[in-house]
Ligand binder design. Structure first.
Ligand code: KDG
Length: 321
């Protein structure tokens, strides 16, 4: 395996029309969920990814399973739960703020929330080059939180690179302080940290990318930090070097999934041996491609699409592989 992730896939019902959900008549079904999105991003680039999770033994669970498998993600560690449903969520688009989406979750008591440390296959994680997860999985239940702690610990002990996207979802935590406390607990075992401006403020009281990097490095020993600023681009701190990466300006239909596209394509590119700058530009391109449509995974690029996109935007000096 190149990347193994732990997390909850969800069926996303994305509003076909913009505006308040109460008046939306049509929803489009997509396979989503932060860690699943990262697995698909990695697989689209020809690397081997696998997801540890549980799905309901229901129509939505089988839909996600087939979708992941069809996209080349290893599903050998996906378990079906006969008693609990697959989690779902709805996306409201461009209301009240244009270009911004909001979500409504129906995932409490889901199959994935019943995951626990017993789901964490140590050898499976140890066989991978990277282990990836996010704080979403820590937030969905106590047992899933324990699974994350175990998985990160296994990866850390067995020399697997730990990639962590902070991804604080306010709807899933009792308070920001709870989220910060949980994230702080694992940071000393993280090798590559992805976070956005808000998360940097909450975690590190950081106002700038440098502040965030300094804190991550001095308090938790993290030498690889990716600081994301949405339309303003991103800043990568990598083993003592710093890279400013622009965001590509595209028409936005639904920004959800951009962060996962970024993380997945960035990690895959690093695993392919590309430079942090090229990895960042490719990740930024993938994030832009994903926000142009509803759904988190459909527009995730292969090498050919990345090349076409980057050439169109005048960034053709980026390494491709
Ligand atoms: O990162 C995109 C995800 O937010 C989405 O697909 C659903 O995993 C999800 C979540 O918990 O918000």
């Amino acid at each position: 395996m190149d990347l193994v992730a732990l997390g909850e896939p969800l069926v996303q019902f994305n509003a076909v029309t913009e505006g308040p959900l109460r008046y939306v008549a049509y929803f489009e079904k997509h396979s989503a969920g932060a860690e699943a999105n990262v697995c698909v991003a990695v697989a689209r680039l020809g690397l081997r990814s696998g997801l540890i999770t549980r799905l309901g033994d229901d129509e939505f669970g089988h839909y996600i399973y087939e979708w992941l498998r069809g996209n080349g993600v290893d599903v050998s560690r996906v378990k079906f739960d006969k008693d609990r449903p697959t989690g779902i969520y709805f996306v409201q688009r461009s209301y009240p703020i244009p270009g911004v989406s909001t979500v409504v979750y129906y995932r409490r008591g889901s199959a994935a929330s019943a995951m626990g440390p017993e789901d964490v296959d140590e050898d499976y994680i140890a066989s991978s080059r990277v282990f990836h997860t996010t704080s979403i999985t820590m937030a969905i239940s106590e047992s899933a939180h324990k699974a994350v702690l175990k998985a990160i610990d296994v990866a850390y002990r067995r020399g697997v690179m730990v990639s962590f996207d902070v991804n604080i979802r306010r709807l899933l935590w009792p308070s920001i302080e709870d989220a910060v406390k949980a994230v702080e607990e694992i940071l000393s075992k993280v090798n590559v940290l992805f976070l956005d401006e808000n998360e940097a403020k909450w975690l590190f009281n950081a106002e700038t990318p440098e502040d965030a990097y300094r804190e991550a490095r001095s308090r938790f020993g993290i030498g690889r930090v990716v600081y994301k600023m949405g339309l303003k681009g991103s800043v990568i701190f990598w083993d003592g070097d710093r890279y400013n990466i622009p965001a590509f300006q595209v028409p936005v239909k639904d920004p959800i999934g951009a962060g996962d596209a970024y993380a997945g394509v960035f990690i895959a590119s690093i695993l392919k041996g590309l430079s942090p700058r090229s990895a960042g530009l490719r990740a930024s391109a993938a994030a832009a491609m994903v926000v142009m449509v509803r759904g988190d995974e459909e527009n995730l690029p292969g090498e050919r699409e990345l090349e076409t996109f980057l050439k169109y935007y005048g960034a053709s000096d980026v390494e491709l592989r």
